[in-house]
Design a protein around this ligand. Structure first.
Ligand code: 5GP
Length: 205
């Protein structure tokens, strides 16, 4: 008669970054559809809601004063200024998830990814998503028809800066085909969950 083993796993903080136009949000949607148990981290931001964005769903929309209060109270795991607004990741949901063996998904920029890799080390896995080419990125930005020429130029310049941070990431996904890119993300999640370093085996009695 063999005794049963009990395995525990520490939770993982999955970070997805990439320039606007990389297709990040559709990939995140595809990943959440496959792994509904992934917890989506909701950031604080000082920017105004856009379109149908709802407080508590896409972001926690706060004033600059409230943001500062939470930052100074050490409530944020990281924070950064992006396009002139402040963004920050609440710390408690990440710490709780890691301890409880649940995984979190974060859509944050290169500064946040670098910071969280430092704080959470092996518990953080960072994925960079890029469109297949610079021409394609430009085409996607133009097709969105949300930005004027100056904004498109700013986003392209920022994408080049983001590409410089690639060595700080663990994985790179070239998003030419949505289904293929989602499949790659799923493969990353599955492989990272199987890493021996995250597994704790309860000792045999
Ligand atoms: P948007 O305002 O278009 O939703 O997001 C702008 C940028 O801010 C995106 O690159 C997004 O990944 C990043 N971002 C969103 N939340 C956070 C956060 O909590 N921390 C950091 N560092 N970046 C964030």
């Amino acid at each position: 008669m063999g005794a049963d083993f009990t395995f525990y796993r520490h939770g993982i903080v999955f970070i997805v970054s990439g320039p606007s136009g990389a297709g990040k949000s559709t990939l995140v949607e595809g990943l959440m559809a496959r792994f509904p148990e992934l917890g989506l981290s909701i950031s604080y931001t000082t920017r105004a809601p856009r379109g149908a964005e709802t407080d508590g769903r896409e972001y926690l929309f706060v004033t600059t004063e409230e943001f500062a209060r939470r930052r100074d109270g050490d409530e944020l795991a990281e924070w950064a200024e992006v396009h002139g607004a402040l963004y920050g990741t609440p710390r408690a949901p990440l710490d709780d998830a890691i301890a409880a063996g649940r995984d979190m998904l974060l859509d944050i920029d290169v500064q946040g990814a670098r910071r969280l890799k430092r704080v959470y080390r092996d518990s953080a896995v960072a994925v960079m998503v890029f469109p297949p080419s610079w021409d394609e990125l430009e085409r996607r930005l133009r097709n969105r028809r949300t930005d004027d020429e100056a904004a498109i130029a700013r986003r392209l310049a920022r994408a080049r800066e983001e590409a410089d941070h690639l060595p700080e990431y663990d994985y790179f996904i070239r998003n030419a085909d949505r289904d293929d890119a989602v499949a790659q993300l799923i493969a990353i999640v599955r492989a990272e969950r199987a890493r021996v370093s995250r597994i704790v085996v309860e000792p045999a009695p």
